[in-house]
Design a protein around this ligand. Sequence first.
Ligand SMILES: [Zn+2]
Length: 175
Amino acid sequence: MAEPFVIFDRDGTIIKFIHYLFDPKLVELSENSVPGLLALKAEGFKFGIISNQSIISRGIASVEQVENVNRRVKELLELSGITCEFFMYCPHTPEDLCFCRKPERGLGLSAIKEFDIDQTASFMVGDQHSDVIFGHAIGCRSIQVGDSVNKSHEADFIAADIFSAAEWIISKSRI
Ligand SMILES: [Zn+2]
């Protein structure tokens, strides 16, 4: 049976934003993300992360460095009792015109197929307007988190942090 997921963006959403992050030692989970994820887990949601990592195509970080950062995020989440089913990323720049850089749907469609995600019962959470557009393009509801000055006018909800996003998601999924 298809399952409900909450898919997260990585930088500036599940972890604190650091420009050109490639050192796993600098990874820190965002404020209030752990209680938010635990509340969602208790409701039966599973988790995945989809991020744009153009720093690979730009030659700033290697695939290995990006994967080391992802491994650190996974480790920090697991220390709090949270399992993340997948870490997917697009290595391209916008100029590469690929199908996997959000808001393109490529990675989302692969995740839906591979993890049997029930899109209509699932949510996308990210700090950028492109995350909101991406979530809708793959059939999910979209929440924008953080204090980005670029508020998305298409977000289903704008939340201060992951905990407040989780409260909204839970209220919507009980209807
Ligand atoms: Zn790509």
